[in-house]
Design a protein around this ligand. Structure first.
Ligand SMILES: [Zn+2]
Length: 439
């Protein structure tokens, strides 16, 4: 975003005189005057002989001054909108921030209470009326940027009757007496007729173009039909996460919020934000690392025999699982959190036909989970896998090693019951058989 600069922004107030080489911000009707558009460079104090220049701030090594706005300066102009992507970014930030101060200075020339000419305070960034003492501080208009999300989709819109024609999020000014969360609820109802269920702060952005402080929120809404307020918006519609595509620039909070959502961020996660999907062939090395981690964990928790001796599962088996679409991964925070095999059929695991010391509860098609492993990065991965498989199948069968007390505890916690003993092809140890589900 445009404010994310490496250089220090020092806004301490001072009254001082420029050196001839200090950069000067001066704004015309269309934008900021420049000595060079690319790379962005501004006129120098020496270019404004005899004019009253106001010290604004320091960005990095550069101390910026403001010259009175004028339409007929002998410089090139960089348009306001182009500052979003101008480089170096530190100077673009200075130009946008100076734009806000310039607007404020120009609108505080006379006292709003008694009408006398105002003077700059000697102590702080304020304009003071010598007649009545009225003191006016820089004016910032807070506004919200709203990422309305529902599961895997986000609401995007296009403004009606504004120069900016790109994709936008809902937005609106905070009214007096409102919290920003109130503004989110009101604007979403006014602009698209949807009821906000909850909000989540998504970051802020000073936006000198329109003298704003933008406050970003994601919000979740109740089911309902979008009713577009056409006085504000040309249109508004749901855009699936996978169809968001490339974004035109990274300067704005709006694009930052859309990009974060596009890249997998879930502001209102269920199951701790874990998402389950088919594994990809290129993930095989990462998946094998998850299995290595899981074997170490099992060995350290009293279960060295289930996978340890045979280095189970072999890579060729996982490669085949992936190819057959039976290997799934859990993902969160852009990282693999777990991996497992899942299948569903009448006879999904032929090895389960022979069960001793008991019987399966139901005789119907079932889901089966094998080779479930957590990367050990966060809690809840096993629970998420089993809940997902149960939701897919309605009836899940699973087995585990007698030494795997971690898995046995999890299965019991989730309501699985032990039905008997089965055997597996990879070794001679018995396995406990569990199931859970509806007929
Ligand atoms: Zn006054």
């Amino acid at each position: 975003m445009i404010q994310d600069i490496q250089a220090e922004y020092d806004l301490r107030y001072a009254i001082r005189s420029p050196r001839p080489t200090d950069p000067v911000l001066c704004y015309g009707q269309r934008g900021v005057y420049v000595a060079s558009a690319s790379p962005l460079a501004f006129p120098r104090a020496a270019d404004f002989p005899g004019e009253a220049l106001t010290y604004l701030f320091r960005v990095g090594d550069e101390e910026y001054y403001l010259a009175p706005a004028a339409a007929d300066r002998p410089f090139d102009t960089v348009e306001r909108r182009a500052l979003r992507v101008a480089q170096p970014q530190e100077r673009a930030f200075a130009a946008v921030t100076g734009m806000h101060l310039d607007y404020w200075y120009r609108h505080q020339r006379y006292c709003g209470r008694c009408g006398q000419a105002m003077a700059a305070s000697t102590a702080e960034r304020a304009m003071v009326c010598p007649g009545c003492g009225n003191t006016v501080y820089p004016t910032i208009a807070p506004a919200v940027i709203i990422g309305v999300v529902q599961g895997e989709r986000i609401l995007v819109s296009h403004y009606a009757g504004r120069p900016y024609t790109g994709r936008a999020l809902l937005a609106g000014y905070c009214e007096i007496g409102e919290t920003p969360e109130d503004t989110v609820r009101r604007e979403v109802m006014e602009e698209v007729g949807l009821k906000v269920l909850r909000t989540r702060y998504a970051g802020a952005q000073p936006w000198g173009f329109d003298h704003n402080l933008l406050l970003g929120f994601y919000c979740e809404v109740a089911e309902g039909e979008i009713r577009v307020d056409h006085s504000e918006l040309r249109d508004a519609y749901w855009l699936p996460r996978g169809e968001i595509g490339a974004l035109n620039d990274s300067a704005s909070l709006t694009n930052d919020m859309i990009a974060r959502f596009r890249d997998g961020f879930d502001p209102f996660p269920r199951d701790g934000g874990l998402r389950i999907r088919h594994a990809r062939a290129d993930e095989l090395p990462a998946i094998m690392r998850v299995y290595a981690t899981a074997r170490s964990f099992m060995a350290a928790h009293g279960n060295p025999r289930q996978w340890g001796p045979s280095n189970w599962p072999p890579e060729a088996l996982i490669a085949r699982d992936i190819e057959r679409g039976k290997c799934y991964v859990c993902e969160a925070d852009g990282q693999l959190q777990g991996v497992f095999y899942y299948d569903y059929a009448l006879d999904a695991e032929p090895g389960y036909r022979d069960i001793t010391q008991g019987a399966w509860r139901l005789d119907r098609p079932y889901g089966v989970v094998h080779r479930a492993a957590s990367a050990g990065l966060r809690a809840g991965v096993g629970t998420a896998i089993l809940r997902w498989a149960l939701a897919q199948s309605g009836y899940l069968r699973i087995d585990t090693h007698p030494d795997n007390t971690v898995m046995q505890g999890l299965l019991t916690k989730l309501g699985f019951q032990r039905r008997g003993i089965i055997h597996v092809s990879e070794d001679n140890d018995p396995r406990y058989a569990y199931d859970l589900g509806e007929s």
